[in-house]
Ligand binder design. Structure first.
Ligand code: PMP
Ligand code: GLU
Length: 395
């Protein structure tokens, strides 16, 4: 066999966030006291009420398949949530529940993209979008957004990027990895450009609950004329500390939702029944203390990073990541080698001072690194000290 693997998977590298997390966990298992700021998952436990709903589902025999798109009860609960919290009216037929929002996104790109299509992706972006878009045969068209615009795409940038082949535009607010949150005015300005072009909008709102001093706004609620070609993605992982339950959802125009459901019915079938039973009550069990604690850590981390010479750090307004720019350190020397990029920085920081971070390259931002503050406040303080110590060792 000349090529054992399909051309589809040959271009795909493992997710850098998950790879870094696995590497870090292996070091911790070997007894190394690493502070793991690599992966993006809340360090809180799933609220106990939600956990018990899952246990009850098992003991009461709710352990069989459900409809491929999820139970009607959960899809109704999602419709109520979208109406009450986001000002969006959907029917249960327009909701597709999947095994995590990552799976929802994968279904979406496979459902709306043809080979040759383009998807506009503002950078910095979450690591899985470009590969998922490519797996669907489409091409990600990267729009670079840096600190000068708060890491946000401007209407001019969007207008320039839209081309005849554009099939969809992705918006992720609050953003992973930057924590940027689009204001209502900024979203409206982007929406007005989108009104002029017949393209899909995929809006990933999975961090909506994790905002600090700003409000999350959903684009189709702001400009209802866009709703017929917008797909809203959300999930339970971040807001309810349910990463391992694997539960996410999409709200879509009816034809898209139906096609996604057919696709899913052949791929995974229904998402976990147990998780769905827990999901139904999750919306009533949100814990605002988690947000308060994240904010305390963010404030400490950002202030600490800003005190380290050579590092700058924009203030994230949402999610649980800081995304400092470390390019001021490039060219400095460590043990006879020149620091050339963020990959090296993360590698050396991990080996030398035991803090695990993700280099920005995988997010489309090679001058930055991502630090997740979903670790304890004490670990945030220790991490600042360790990063400072590591930087002071650079000549
Ligand atoms: N979107 C973004 C922006 C994320 O950071 C994540 C976290 N991995 C996801 C989607 C997917 O989350 P999950 O599959 O756990 O619902
Ligand atoms: N969203 C998280 C992160 O960015 C989880 C890992 C992943 O799925 O990429 O780290």
């Amino acid at each position: 066999m000349e090529q054992r693997l399909s051309s589809r998977v040959r271009g795909i590298a493992p997710s850098p966030t998950i790879t870094m997390d696995a590497k870090t966990k292996a070091l911790i298992e070997q007894g190394q006291p690493v502070i793991n700021m690599s992966v993006g998952e809340p360090d809180f436990d799933t609220p106990v009420r939600i956990a018990y709903a899952g246990i009850r589902a098992i003991t009461e025999g709710q352990t069989r398949y459900t409809p491929a798109a999820g139970t009607l009860a959960l899809r109704r609960a999602i419709c109520r949530k979208l109406a009450a919290e986001n000002g969006l009216q959907y029917t249960p037929e327009q909701i597709v529940v999947s095994s995590g929002a990552k799976h929802s996104l994968f279904n979406i790109f496979l459902t709306i993209c043809n080979p040759g299509d383009e998807v506009i992706l503002p950078a910095p972006y979450w690591v899985s979008y470009p590969d998922q878009i490519r797996l669907a045969g489409a091409t990600p068209v990267i729009v670079s957004c840096d600190e000068s615009t708060g890491f946000k795409m401007t209407p001019e940038q969007l207008r320039q990027a839209i081309a005849p082949r554009t099939k969809a535009v992705l918006i992720n607010s609050p953003n992973n990895p930057t924590g940027a949150v689009y204001t209502e005015a900024e979203l409206r300005a982007l929406g007005e450009v989108l009104l002029e072009h017949d393209v899909y909008i995929v809006t990933d709102e999975i961090y909506e609950k994790l905002v600090y001093d700003v409000e999350h706004v959903s684009l189709p609620a702001l400009l209802p004329d866009l709703k017929e070609r917008t797909i809203v993605v959300n999930g339970f992982s971040k807001a309810f500390a349910m990463t391992g339950w694997r539960l996410g959802y999409a709200a879509a125009p009816l034809d898209v939702a139906k096609a996604m459901t057919s696709l899913q019915s052949h791929a995974t079938g229904s998402p976990s029944t147990i998780s769905q039973y827990a999901g139904v009550i999750a919306f009533d069990a949100f814990d605002p203390d988690m947000v308060r604690e994240f904010r305390r850590r963010r404030d400490r981390l950002v202030a600490g990073l800003r005190e380290i010479p050579g590092i700058t750090c924009a203030e994230p307004q949402g999610a649980f990541y800081a995304f400092p720019n470390i390019s001021g350190l490039f060219g400095r020397r460590f043990r006879g080698q020149t620091l050339e990029n963020a990959d090296q920085f993360c590698e050396w920081l991990l080996e030398e001072d035991l803090v695990s971070a993700v280099p920005g390259g995988g997010f489309g931002a090679p001058n930055n690194i991502r630090l997740s503050y979903a670790v304890s406040f004490e670990q945030v303080e220790q991490a600042i000290e360790r990063i400072g110590r590591f930087v002071s060792k650079l000549d």
